[in-house]
Every structure is written in structure tokens, then in C-alpha cells.
Design a binder for this molecule. Structure first.
Ligand code: NAP
Length: 231
């Protein structure tokens, strides 16, 4: 059985990824900030012996190190850096920039995925798939940006894309792959009720892209339906 580690696994796309990989008969390490109150995950764990819940606040790098030590020696096939935040508000325009909120966006959306990659690399080397998946956003595309706004979110995802493209090149020699995915506009707490697709549709699409991944695609920015996206 293969193993996937998912961050932000208690709701939205992270929870849908847990359901998807359990249905595919994988071991799932589901990371969330508050396991005791993650009722959807606890219900899944009750129904499946293949789900392991771990506490993880992704901005707490000591906690990431401790998780790495706890999982040491256990093969992880796929790491899914899914946890993310959208801290922009209408009142954050120039003249009212909230630099603390912007820093937090970079910490959660950009630096934490790198720290998780760095920490879980030894376990990924033990796995068969050796794949790092980052849930980015088309809003991180500079080419696609024709409407402006959302500077904190856009810039943190653009930086995630840049650093993950970089890592894909340095990890290629070790046959470790990196996939940068846009999930679509998805009905979650972040995407809102007007979004275009349900989380299970998005995750089924991304699951197929992940299944068909080959190292030649490492570092590409890909939509949930398999289309290559512009930087
Ligand atoms: N929904 C969309 O339309 C859309 C579009 C493009 C990209 N994305 C990306 O897809 C990913 C998942 O988004 P979603 O729509 O599922 O969002 P969501 O419903 O808001 O869920 C976000 C998840 O991230 C977790 N999280 C946030 N900050 C965290 C932290 N500091 N430490 C640990 N976990 C943290 C949340 O945990 P708590 O419950 O503890 O807050 C939650 O599990 C994000 O990276 C997002 O940027 C979403």
C-alpha cells in the first residue's frame, strides 16, 4: 500500500483528497491544526484503519521537524502541500497595506510547503512515487492576471510556483518529482458558494493528473483537468 501525506486535511480540498486516496486504498497521513475538533476527519478515521491523523500547524516549523522525526523510516509516496490561506480583504489596497497579513500569506502559502518538502524528503526517498504536489492557484499566474487585486495571495502563490519550479530542477537527479496544480475554482470555504466545481470533481481531476505523472512533467503548472497553465 502506498502512503500520501496531506496538509490542511480537515476541510475543503484537503478533506476531499483524504476521501479520494482512502477510496483508492492508500494509507493517508492527514495533517490538521486541531485533530480533536476535526469531526469530518475523525469520522473518516473511524471508518478506515488506513487513516492516521497528525496535528500540524504548518507555520510551526518545530512541529514540522517533530512530525518528520515521528515519521522517520516510513515511506511516503506523495506529499500534498494543500494548506493555504487567502488573507486579502477589500480594505487592503495601497495606503492600507497590512504587512503582517502579507507575511502570514508567505509563511503559510510559500515557506511552509518548502519546509515540509525539506523535512519529508528522506521519507519521500523511501517511497515509490517520490512526488511533491503543491496546490497552488491560477491567481499566482502573472500572465493570467488581467483583473488585479488580491496582492498577498497572488504574490505568495507566484512565489510558491517559482520556488517549486526551482526545486523540480534540483530534485530531478534524485528522481523526485514536483507538480504544481491549480484545483479550479472550487466550492470550499475559500472558494465560496459561487465557485464553479465541487471539491470531489477537482480532486478526482487532480488525482488523475497525479496518477499519470511522469518525471518529464516535473515543475509544470497544471490545471485540475490536465491542461498546462501559463506562469
Ligand atoms: N477553493 C478554491 O477555489 C481554490 C482555488 C485555487 C487554489 N486553492 C488552494 O487550494 C488549497 C486548499 O484550499 P481550500 O479551498 O480547501 O481552502 P479552505 O476550505 O479554506 O481550507 C484551507 C485548509 O488549510 C488549512 N490551513 C490554513 N492555514 C493553516 C495553517 N497555518 N496550518 C495548517 N493548516 C492550515 C485549514 O485548516 P483550519 O481548518 O485549521 O483553518 C484548512 O484545512 C489552498 O492552498 C488554496 O490556496 C483553492
Amino acid at each position: 500500500m502506498k502512503t500520501v501525506l496531506i496538509t490542511g486535511a480537515n476541510r475543503g480540498l484537503g478533506l476531499a483528497f483524504c476521501q479520494y486516496y482512502l477510496a483508492e486504498n492508500w494509507h493517508v497521513v492527514a495533517c490538521c491544526r486541531h485533530p480533536d475538533s476535526s469531526t469530518a476527519l475523525l469520522a473518516l478515521a473511524e471508518a478506515s484503519p488506513h487513516l492516521r491523523i497528525e496535528a500540524l500547524e504548518v507555520t510551526d516549523f518545530a512541529q514540522i521537524d517533530a512530525l518528520g522525526a515521528k515519521l522517520s523510516g516510513i515511506p511516503i509516496d506523495i506529499l500534498i502541500n494543500n494548506a493555504g490561506i487567502y488573507p486579502d480583504t477589500a480594505s487592503n489596497a495601497l495606503g492600507h497595506v497590512d504587512y503582517a497579513a502579507w507575511q502570514q500569506a508567505f509563511l503559510v502559502n510559500t515557506l511552509a510547503p518548502v519546509k515540509l518538502t525539506e523535512t519529508m524528503l528522506a521519507s519521500l526517498h523511501l517511497g515509490r512515487d517520490k512526488l511533491i504536489v503543491c496546490i497552488s492557484s491560477l491567481m499566482g499566474s502573472i500572465t493570467d492576471n488581467t483583473s488585479g487585486g488580491s496582492s498577498y495571495y497572488r504574490s505568495s502563490k507566484a512565489a510558491l510556483n517559482a520556488v517549486m519550479k526551482n526545486l523540480s530542477l534540483s530534485l530531478q537527479k534524485d528522481a523526485v518529482g514536483v507538480l504544481i496544480l491549480h484545483p479550479g475554482w472550487v466550492k470550499t470555504d475559500m472558494g465560496g458558494a459561487n465557485a464553479l466545481i465541487d471539491a470531489d470533481v477537482s480532486v478526482r481531476g487532480m488525482g488523475q493528473v497525479i496518477k499519470e505523472f511522469t518525471l518529464t512533467q516535473s515543475g509544470q503548472f497544471i490545471n485540475y483537468d490536465g491542461k498546462i497553465l501559463p506562469w
